[in-house]
Structures are given as C-alpha cells and as structure tokens.
Write a protein that binds this ligand. Structure first.
Ligand code: AMP
Ligand code: MG
Length: 469
C-alpha cells in the first residue's frame, strides 16, 4: 500500500498532468522484485501473480495512488526541446521505505499521456527486459540507480519497425527530478515555480542546502556517478539533460551497454551518429549538462544576475578537477591501489591504452588482475602495475581480496541481453531469469556460469543498441 502523501502531486498544476494509465488487455507477470517490494513496505507478500500483473499494468491501482505524468524539458543531443515530459510513463505515487526514504513508483509503457506528442505511450517487450536486467545489475554493482520493481507483458502488440509484444516496466526512483525539470520552468521564465522546484529538490535530496551548495552537491553526485560508470565500462548512450537525475542516480536505460573489448571512443547507440555520448566523452557531457543546470539556477542564486553568474562559474571552474579526482579514485581501486601516488594517473591511462591496443576485454582484464599478481612473465604494463601495487604495505591476500571485490566477474553483456530479449519474444524467459539471478552477485565467480563471463564470439557481437521507443 502506498503510505505517503504523494508530495509531487501536491506541487502546483504546472508540474504535472493527472492521467490514468490505459488499461492493458490481458497483462501477465514477467518479473516481480519481492525483495524490493518488502524494502518499500508495499505489503504485496500475499498477492497472486495475476493480482500483481493487474497492479503493475495499471489495471488496478494502489490505494491512495494519484497517477500523474510529469512535465519536463531537455536538451536532446544538444538541441533544446522546451516540452518533453512523461510521454509513456505514469507516476503512480510515492512510498516510504523501511529506511524512511521516499521513492517514486512509476509505470513505463502504460499508454499515452498529454506529453506523448506523436508517440503511442507504449513500450515493446525488449526495452522492458533490458531495463529490468541492467538496472538491477547496476544496483548489485553498487552504482546509484533507479530500480526494477516489476515487468509485465500487456497482451497487446505495439508497432515499431515491426509488430512486437508490448510490455510495461515498473521503475522505482528516489525521484524523477531531472536537469530537464529545471529547464522546463527556466525556459518559461517561470521563476515562481522554478523556486518551488528548487526548494522541493533541496528538501527531498539535499536538505539544508543553499541554492549554490545544492548545485555543488548535484555536481559532486554526477561526478561520482560518471566515474562509477566508467569504472565498469558502462555507456549510458543517451545522456540528454532530461535523462540526468538530480539525485545522482542512473536513470533511463535506453540504448545503454557495457563494453566488451576496450575502446575509449566506443558508441553503441544507433541514434548517436556523432559519438556525442561515447564512453570517453561522458565526463565532458556530464559537465555540459551541469552547465545547463547552472544556467537555470541564475535567478535563484542572486538578484544581480552578474553576481549569480560569477558564483556559478566559480563552481563550474572546479568541475574538471572534481570529475578527474572521482575518476582517479575509482580507477585506482580497480588496480588495487589503496594509497595515492602521483604516478597513478599515467599508469591507469597506459593500462587502458594497452588494453585498447591489444583488443582486450575490459571486464575480464580487470577481473584477471588478482591472478596475475604473482606471475613473473608478463607485458611491460603488468610489470609496472605489479611493482606499484606491491609498493603498498598490504599482504598478497589483501590485495587479491580487494581486487576481486572491486572488479566484477559478471556484468550484463550486450549479446546476452539481446539473447534474453530474443528468447523472451518467443515466450521463453529462462535466460532472462537466469541473468537476473547471476547479476545479483556480480563479484562472485559462480559455478556453471562460465559461459556468461565470456566475451561475445565474433558472430555474437552487437554493433548497435536501440532505445526501442
Ligand atoms: P527517452 O529517449 O526515453 O528519454 O524519451 C525522450 C522523450 O520521448 C520523453 O519525453 C518520453 O516520454 C518520450 N517518449 C519516448 N517513447 C515514447 C513513446 N513510445 N510514446 C510517447 N512518448 C515517448
Ligand atoms: Mg528519458
């Protein structure tokens, strides 16, 4: 049961539109995250699969639920769109977890809303399966992320390039506030609502902050998040400002992918023709997005806009160093370096270059480091690494334990997700379920899962990923 006061729907009218999810014909439950439901105190232990399917397709509503579609704007691939909004998503309401934290529960793919523009408001099954697997894997990897609560098939077909079975994904987020939400009001010069939004965001995520320190904290969380992505070879694929959460969670798993062979400028998203959101461009893009947020905040920071700009620019000037430091922190840990030395930056860069030149798998190369620690013969870069990692006052076992707890053995590889989707389209969810199970313990070598650790064979490599919208 939703035990909350649905704080977002109490904000002024301009923030959302009330909308009922359109009813699915014959929803069937594909997956239900009962552990998460418990943490959210949803009280669904006794619900049958068919009751859950009704709930997570919008056929039945939670008590106290007041469904709304949220308004937001955003820069899509650098172009500003003043009105985007939830075009295929409906916020059912908010819940308070056992820990006392507030979360949004949202259906994705439940039909048209006033923000749908030309879209059908629906989702095909593929993106539902992808988001379920990847968001739960990210959580198990320790990356701040929205969560997967449930997935259903709708019993209807949706029309994309081809006819595909429809699905609905239930997303849990610590909020759906995005940079694009700020842009929505800033673009309309609606300072009253901009201030209400900022006050709301501060109260919900960064209590007791001033507007300026709120901005600083959002920057810090973004820097930590992007560094985390980079450290596991994750490419978000569509870092538009409407897909950048104010809380610092990963949000909107569209054409995302984990890299197999390391390539610094890797792009998977089919629509990202310029490589704007390439692996190694993510730090720059996050800073570009934060600069857009800074622009929105000008009227709140100081009555004198020149003064406000000066203050915001001072923060923006620190971003390259903040991002670099967060990246260094994460990458040091991957190499088993718990102390800091000047030479670490160049060592990390050379290590990655070496992976690229030799066409090595990103995940497995780091995972294998623990077994390379005591080997003698090796490449120059490994010798250099060994010398550095050994310079610490740690035992071999301590280093090995640390490396294995930092470098995952199992990440959701693209070709496996694709296989799970293709099987799912035929009604076979065994691989989908198996992947969800394995990715809950990404740092553990699991017997019988050797096949999942292998990079794709040449014929299995996925060149492009799609939003599926
Ligand atoms: P995304 O690329 O998923 O972040 O979506 C960008 C915008 O397109 C958002 O405003 C979405 O609500 C909207 N959108 C995406 N897919 C659909 C769809 N099938 N129907 C309506 N709106 C959509
Ligand atoms: Mg989006």
């Amino acid at each position: 049961m939703i035990k909350s006061n649905n704080s977002y729907s109490e904000l002024p009218e301009a923030f959302f539109k009330e909308i009922m999810p359109s009813s699915a014909i014959s929803p069937e439950l594909l997956a239900f995250n009962s552990q998460l439901a418990k943490e959210l105190q949803l009280d669904l232990e006794k619900s049958t699969p068919s009751e859950l399917a009704k709930l997570f397709s919008g056929l039945d509503l939670f008590p106290n639920s007041k469904p709304i579609a949220l308004a937001y704007a955003g820069h899509q691939f650098g172009n500003f769109v003043p009105q985007l909004g939830d075009g295929r998503a409906v916020l059912l309401g908010e819940v308070i977890s056992i820990e006392g934290e507030r979360f949004d529960i949202q259906l994705k793919g439940s039909g048209q809303t006033p923000f749908s523009r030309r879209g059908d408001g629906r989702s095909s099954l593929g993106p539902v399966i992808r988001e379920y697997i990847v968001s739960e894997a990210m959580n198990a990897l320790g990356v701040p992320t929205t969560r997967a609560l449930a997935a259903v098939t709708t019993g209807e077909m949706v029309f994309r390039e081809e006819e595909l079975p429809g699905g609905i994904f239930t997303r849990v987020a610590s909020s759906h506030l995005r940079i694009g939400t700020f842009q929505y009001f800033a673009a309309r010069q609606d300072i009253t609502n901009l201030k209400i939004l900022a006050d709301y965001a501060i109260e919900r995520h960064y209590p007791d902050s001033t507007y300026l320190s709120f901005f600083e904290k959002v920057c810090h969380n973004q820097a930590r998040l992007i560094a985390h992505w980079m450290s596991i070879g994750f490419i978000h694929g569509v870092m538009n400002t409407d897909n950048m959460s104010i809380s610092g969670e990963t949000i909107d798993y569209g054409p995302c992918a984990f890299m197999d062979i390391f390539k610094a400028d890797q792009v998977y998203s089919f629509i990202d023709r310029q490589g704007r959101y390439a692996y190694n461009n993510q730090i720059q893009i996050a800073q570009w997005n934060l600069t857009r947020l800074a622009e929105c905040l000008i009227p709140l920071i100081d009555d004198d806009s020149q003064e406000a700009i000066k203050k915001l620019e001072a923060v923006l000037a620190t971003l390259p160093t903040i991002f670099e430091n967060e990246w260094l922190k994460k990458m040091r840990l991957k190499l088993g370096l718990l102390d800091e030395m000047e030479e670490d930056g160049p060592l990390i860069v050379d290590f990655l270059n070496d992976l690229q030149v030799r066409g090595q798998d990103f995940t497995n190369s780091f995972r294998n480091l623990s077994s390379q620690l005591e080997q003698k013969d090796a490449f120059p870069i490994l010798m250099r690494w060994r010398e550095r990692v050994r310079s610490q006052s740690l035992s071999t076992q301590e280093i090995i334990d640390h490396l294995d707890a930092t470098n995952p053995a199992n990440i959701p590889r693209n070709h496996l997700i694709e296989k799970a989707i293709q099987l799912g389209l035929t009604g076979d969810y065994t691989l989908f379920n198996r992947l969800n199970e394995v990715y809950q313990s990404p740092f553990t070598i699991q017997s019988g899962c050797e096949d999942l650790q292998k990079p794709p064979e040449v014929h299995e490599i996925i060149q492009n990923t799609f939003c599926g919208t």
